[in-house]
Design a protein around this ligand. Structure first.
Ligand code: HEC
Ligand code: HEC
Length: 269
């Protein structure tokens, strides 16, 4: 009996330290935050926890409309896999008292490392999220200060998002994707072809079909869908990167190993 009491007491002491109240609905206080780029007009975040899994859904609204993302981290330090703007991301997250730290790597030709720290105020009402992204030796740091909200404040983020067809002007094929997923797909296209948005778009006129590359990309989307449908039971086994591998024009045969050396020897003749 005495032992059980002891165990209970011990558990009671341990519990608050192990599960700080990150969970809940949070809204960014824009005036107290420092954004790396242009500040959004609002930022909302819902944090849920199931066992060791922390799920973070966020919605950032700026002049383009709402962009949503959803990630899940295992807080015991085991590797978690998510996506970051359409590219694979692997992360390790650790809960340590009232602080959560996450370090992530984003795959790609120009890999990005992101480290985030979440700090809860002692009254549990304020959550400060500092994140640093480093790419090509350049670092961008931002600090967003969130204030705790009543649960109902999270309702807009729980509603289904607009589809790309509803949200954009001239989406013909990827109509049914949620709008955020559509933008992530655009980032994936860019990364797959090693190209900027302007490869397929006229700057500031994303709805225009004037570029032949955009039309080519539409045909490619249909081609990829039919390859997967006909050969892989509809599983997305073949995607843009499968062929393109970061190049605008995929190679049909291996390239010469050392083009530099070859030019040098030709020039020497
Ligand atoms: C490889 C070509 C390609 C690249 C690169 C690309 N896009 Fe697109 N984009 C398309 C195609 C194709 C569509 C139309 C899709 C459809 O009809 O389903 C489109 C449509 C869009 C739309 C919808 C516009 C509207 O109102 O109809 C937006 C917004 C957009 N792209 C943004 C971007 C951004 C931002 C980037 C860079 C991160 C980008 N795109 C890179 C091919 C591309
Ligand atoms: C099965 C292989 C394969 C896949 C998968 C594939 N492509 Fe291509 N793509 C090609 C080839 C080959 C070419 C080059 C044709 C040529 O040389 O003119 C090409 C050309 C293009 C071009 C024109 C490039 C230029 O400079 O004119 C665009 C844009 C493009 N692909 C976008 C995409 C997108 C977006 C996806 C994914 C939805 C995709 N491709 C998936 C094989 C593929």
């Amino acid at each position: 009996m005495q032992l059980r009491f002891g165990v209970l007491l011990f558990a009671a002491c341990l519990l608050p330290a192990q599960t700080p109240e990150f969970t809940g609905v949070w809204k960014a206080d824009l005036a107290k935050s420092k954004f790396a780029g242009p500040p959004p007009s609002s930022e909302l975040m819902i944090v849920d926890k199931q066992g060791a899994i922390l799920k973070i859904t966020s919605g950032v609204t700026d002049h383009h409309g709402e962009y949503r993302s959803s990630v899940a981290y295992n807080t015991t330090g085991t590797e978690s896999k998510n996506e970051y703007h359409g590219l694979p991301m692997k992360s390790r997250a650790r809960l340590d008292g009232d602080a959560l730290s996450i370090s992530s790597q984003v795959a790609g030709e120009r890999p990005t490392a992101i480290s985030e720290s979440y700090k809860l105020s002692s009254d549990g009402k304020t959550l400060e999220v500092q994140s640093t992204a480093s790419m090509n030796g350049k670092e961008r740091t931002q600090t967003v200060v969130f204030e705790r909200q009543p649960d109902a404040a999270g309702d807009p983020l729980r509603q289904p998002e607009q589809t790309a067809g509803e949200h954009f002007k001239n989406v013909q094929i990827l109509k049914d994707l949620p709008a955020s997923r559509f933008i992530d797909t655009m980032h994936y296209f860019s990364a797959s072809l090693g190209a900027k948005c302007e490869k397929c778009h006229i700057e500031g006129h994303f709805d225009s079909d004037d570029k032949k590359e955009k039309k080519a990309a539409r045909e490619m989307i249909k081609m990829v869908a039919s390859i997967d449908q006909q050969n892989f039971k509809g599983h997305p086994k073949v995607q843009c990167y499968t062929c393109h591998r970061g190049a605008e024009k995929p190679l049909a045969a291996p390239a010469f190993a050392m083009p530099g050396a070859e030019t040098a020897s030709v020039a020497a003749k």
